[in-house]
Design a protein around this ligand. Structure first.
Ligand SMILES: NC(=O)c1ccc[n+]([C@@H]2O[C@H](COP(=O)([O-])OP(=O)(O)OC[C@H]3O[C@@H](n4cnc5c(N)ncnc54)[C@H](O)[C@@H]3O)[C@@H](O)[C@H]2O)c1
Length: 332
């Protein structure tokens, strides 16, 4: 990762959940980090520990919309070597405003790609999602699975991916697409737009039952946030990743029922709470069995396989997990 030392990088969505962990790790390997975020979902508090500290002189926060193609974006791109594009309009927000979703996830990606060409960026790493496959039909699901998105989010993220491919094929831009699945870790939102682990954690620590939508046998491939950070760093530096798209998922299989019960065992040993079932969610995908063979083979990523051990350790600091405490800045 020393290849990134001294390089200027942009992390879009850097004040969000995954982006803030990526900013930390990039600073730790000696990169100069521009965290670009419009704060529509992210929080300045997620990166406050990286700002204005004498031991972090290489960090700058720029409040900007990724769709902005004016002088402020040109200034942010000056001298940039690598772009880690993590900003996105997320799943639930898409349902409220699908047009804005398209504008951000497709138009925003296109704008950043154009800016990258204009400013001679060397590498573009795109955060994508397993939602581009829709309801998987082939198991284990490899990168060759057909694209059949069943959500506005999946469609707009797929459009973003396609623009990335076009810039690679037409202009030779060095690009890599990472398709994330069911990421969990500290600072993930616990509101209705957040992740299931954080939502269950908030409810249980408030003395409320975790609510499972539908029967709860939905399978998820929970992936530790630090593994995705590692995947981003390797994608940015390994020539094998050029022009490729990878599933970036742990490959583990945990049902929502197992998650709810397991979290109650960890956080409510006295057994005061119980798993509650709510109405099924429309369009909820039931089965995930994701192949991560390609990214493991090409980039040597070893995903955390001890889900319960990792979760238990992380849950020991509830405030940090829920983003209430000042992050400690622990590297990946
Ligand atoms: N969390 C997951 O499980 C998961 C799964 C699959 C894919 N992803 C992808 O990972 C990336 C990061 O997701 P996250 O979970 O950290 O989400 P997040 O909402 O915590 O972070 C996204 C960030 O993007 C910022 N943003 C949104 N629109 C913007 C805009 N127009 N201009 C500038 N910034 C903008 C938000 O303010 C936020 O800080 C996204 O691209 C998402 O599609 C996440």
């Amino acid at each position: 990762m020393s290849q990134l030392a001294g390089r200027k990088v942009i992390v879009t969505g850097g004040a969000g959940f995954i982006g803030s962990h990526l900013c930390e790790a990039l600073l730790d390997v000696g990169a100069e980090v521009i965290c670009l975020d419009d704060l529509s979902a992210g929080k300045r508090g997620n990166v406050a520990h990286l700002e204005g500290k004498s031991n972090r002189p290489n960090f700058r926060f720029v409040e900007l919309d990724i769709c902005d193609d004016g002088p402020a974006m040109d200034a942010a791109f000056e001298g940039v070597d690598t772009v880690f594009h993590n900003a996105a309009s997320k799943k639930n927000i898409c349902l409220i405003n699908p047009h804005r979703d398209l504008e951000v996830n497709a138009g925003g990606a296109l704008n950043l790609l154009k800016m990258s060409m204009k400013h001679g960026v060397r590498k573009f790493v795109q955060a994508s999602t397993g939602s581009v496959y829709g309801e998987p039909q082939i198991f284990p699901t490899t990168e060759a699975h057909p694209f059949e998105p069943v959500s506005y989010y999946g469609v707009s993220k797929l459009a973003g991916e396609r623009y990335v491919d076009v810039f690679h094929k037409l202009y030779g831009l060095d690009t890599t697409i990472l398709r994330y699945f069911h990421v969990y870790g500290p600072r993930q939102e616990s509101n209705e737009f957040g992740g299931v682990v954080s939502i269950f954690l908030r409810r249980i620590t408030q003395g409320e039952n975790p609510i499972v939508f539908g029967h709860g046998e939905q399978v998820r491939s929970f992936t530790w946030v630090k593994d995705l950070v590692e995947a981003n760093l390797r994608a940015a530096t390994d020539p094998q990743a050029t022009g490729r798209a990878y599933n970036a998922a742990s490959g583990i299989r945990v049902t929502i029922n197992e998650l709810a019960k397991g979290m109650l065992e960890i956080l409510d040993p006295a057994g005061k709470l119980e798993v509650e079932h709510g109405e099924p969610l429309i369009g909820d995908i039931m089965e995930f069995d994701v192949s991560n063979a390609a990214i493991r083979e090409d980039l040597g990523i070893e995903f955390e396989a001890d889900f319960w051990g990792t979760l238990k350790t992380a849950l020991a600091d509830v405030d940090a997990f829920l983003g209430k405490a000042e992050p400690t800045g622990v590297a990946a």
